[in-house]
Design a protein around this ligand. Structure first.
Ligand code: NAP
Length: 293
């Protein structure tokens, strides 16, 4: 078993990004600028956004955080998105999800200029991605592709099982893994909470991508010997032995599953770190006009 080490890869990618930004600076070019809109202070969104902003600064990119109270109206939020769309200094925009129940996340996402949609959530980017056209690919799936690429994992002809069909992870992942490119060319099975015989389907996977948000759901008996296992799950579970009172768990029961695999991502230290890198890579592309030209 080899660990797919998100820490090592994310450090490498940050170094590459820092070098590219330094080169842009030395040529007096446009410094990539990521804007995040954060509504409220509840949940883990604040921590996620803070680490995105910090990572931008680490590689020399500009970042701006626009905050709103939970009481912000949909109209005000949409107005803020339009302001960023029209600001030529701002290259990439993310609106941290989830949003309060009185705001339609779909409506807000559709207001983002697809050219600045570095999270890749706009229907135009999802559609372009599905067609294989240049597009912003959502950050977590893109991070997973990067892991597969950087570890030279063979994907062509393999059976890839994706567990979970969310718009931000499972759905794009299943589309990406069947594309006629590398990583890709898999035979993909997309599964979800209504899937029957899930364990049997998972056991037939050469590449198993677990993105369901159920801590340690994938157990040793659900995984084939030699499989590649990508664990997207990231949930807090109570743990009295930790100072914080909780531990971060993935969707895979690591101790049972890891010995059976050829490659596996740990949690934490796997996919999560790559997600932030993808966001910065997309912001660099946005500043360079590489996706939409
Ligand atoms: P989500 O929107 O809640 O979707 C979960 C998916 O899993 C749904 O499609 C659901 O099926 C399916 N599912 C739930 N229980 C299942 C079961 N027992 N058997 C089979 N499928 C089941 O979740 P998400 O946003 O994709 O997130 C999934 C996990 O990834 C979470 O732990 C989240 O924190 C983590 N995550 C991590 C990163 C990162 O950067 N590391 C990024 C994003 C998400 P239905 O559609 O039928 O309900």
């Amino acid at each position: 078993m080899q660990l797919l080490d998100g820490k090592v890869l994310s450090l490498q990618i940050k170094q590459e990004l820092a070098a590219e930004v330094a080169e842009i600076k030395s040529n007096n070019g446009k410094i990539p600028h990521l804007v995040a809109i954060l509504v409220g202070t509840a949940g883990r969104s604040e921590t996620y956004v803070a680490s995105k902003m910090k990572s931008c600064e680490e590689v020399g990119m500009h970042s701006t955080l626009i905050r709103f109270d939970d009481s912000v109206s949909e109209e005000e939020l949409i107005h803020a998105v339009r302001d960023v769309n029209e600001n030529p200094d701002m290259d990439g925009l993310i609106v941290q999800l989830p949003l309060p129940a009185h705001i339609s996340a779909d409506k807000v996402m559709e207001t983002i200029d697809p050219k600045k949609d570095v999270d890749g959530f706009h229907p135009i980017n999802i559609g372009r991605m599905a067609k294989g056209l240049p597009a912003y690919i959502s950050a977590t799936p893109q991070g997973i592709l990067e892991i597969l690429k950087r570890y030279n994992i063979e994907t062509a002809g393999k059976h890839c099982v994706v567990v979970g069909r969310s718009q931000i992870v499972g759905l794009p992942m299943s589309i990406l893994m069947q594309r006629n490119t590398y990583p890709g060319n898999c035979t993909v099975t997309m599964t979800h909470s209504r899937t029957q015989n899930l364990a049997e389907i998972c056991r037939s996977a050469d590449i198993l991508i677990a993105a369901l948000g159920r801590p340690e759901f994938i157990t040793g008996d659900m995984v084939k010997e030699g499989a590649v296992v990508i664990d997207v799950g990231l949930e807090r579970v109570p743990d009295a032995s930790k100072k914080s009172g909780f531990a971060l768990k993935g969707d895979v029961k690591f101790d049972e599953v890891a010995p059976k695999t050829s490659y596996i991502t740990p949690v934490p230290g796997g996919v999560g770190l790559m997600t932030i890198c993808s966001l910065m890579q997309n912001t660099l592309k946005a500043a360079r006009g590489e996706v939409y030209y």
